[in-house]
Design a protein around this ligand. Structure first.
Ligand code: A2H
Length: 248
């Protein structure tokens, strides 16, 4: 890893029925936490992704809250003052990715009342929390995955209704329109998740175009350039208790 730490935003997504993970978690304030570089895209969240074979834990944080994330990221959080006891980890449960799939979560900013936890084969467990927020309108990886899940729910062992969410137009990008990831996946002729090189190219293009030339078309900062709106949305979410700063 490089010398310059990456500045992420941790998004807190409330697990609506924590008892489904473990009976001991009934009634607890439990959050599935994902790390993103694009907090301003949370208006477009349609689901969250975990790695089915990934190992996650439930960790005790400040203010009687519990986070579901990788142990590696929880340890980083302990050194960033986020855990109940500074520099200490209290792990109350171990959870496999498959146990999280199908859980209902309340994601901040999106118009969807509740969204679901779904599988994503490409998740790296050694990066950030191992949980990825899905914004199919603006992230080609997210769109390619959601589209695969919608096409082949049986193959992925999910109920079709968990993935039955439409991408939400949140950012208008010159030349790409208001569902930039869909346009890019079409232009690069991405057929499935196996088109890794094409997905990488689409991701770079859309990221640059969206972040530097895109305009918000939803929310409090509607009309503002995305690069200007990002720090403002981040600050708001942190102040509202919906997000936390996180570095690695
Ligand atoms: B981004 P970097 Cl809309 N494994 O969030 C794989 N991917 C991960 C991950 C993991 N463990 N943890 C985070 N990520 C994703 C939103 C987004 C993101 C948009 C557009 C681009 C984009 C919605 N998904 O990232 O390798 C997360 O996806 C483009 C790079 O640390 C996170 O931000 O540079 C991003 O990768 C972190 O990437």
């Amino acid at each position: 890893e490089g010398v310059n730490p990456q500045e992420y935003t941790l998004i807190k997504q409330r697990v609506l029925k924590p008892e489904l993970i473990d009976a001991s978690l009934a009634g607890k304030n439990l959050f599935l936490v994902c790390a993103t570089l694009r907090p301003e895209t949370m208006y477009g969240q349609t689901n969250s992704f975990v790695l089915p074979e990934g190992e996650y834990g439930v960790f005790e944080m400040k203010n009687d809250e519990f986070f579901v994330c990788s142990e590696r990221s929880a340890l980083n959080m302990a050194y960033q003052g986020l855990t109940k006891e500074d520099k200490k980890l209290n792990k109350v449960a171990t959870v496999k990715g498959t146990q999280l799939i199908g859980l209902e979560i309340k994601a901040p900013l999106t118009n969807y009342e509740k969204v679901y936890v779904l599988p994503m084969p490409g998740i790296k467990m050694n990066k950030a929390t191992g949980v990825v927020t899905s914004v199919p309108s603006d992230a080609p990886d997210d769109w390619a995955t959601l589209r695969d899940l919608q096409k082949k729910p049986d193959f992925y062992h999910i109920k079709p209704e968990w993935a039955d969410f439409k991408p939400i137009p949140i950012i208008d990008v010159p030349k790409y329109g208001d569902l930039a990831a869909l346009t890019a996946c079409d232009q690069f002729q991405i057929k499935s998740l196996k088109d890794k090189d094409l997905l990488q190219k689409a991701k770079e293009e859309v990221y640059k175009a969206g972040f530097y030339e895109g305009k918000m078309i939803i929310g409090k900062y509607q009309g503002m350039k995305v690069c200007d709106a990002k720090p403002l949305v981040r600050k708001d979410m942190i102040q509202n208790g919906e997000a936390l700063p996180y570095y690695e």
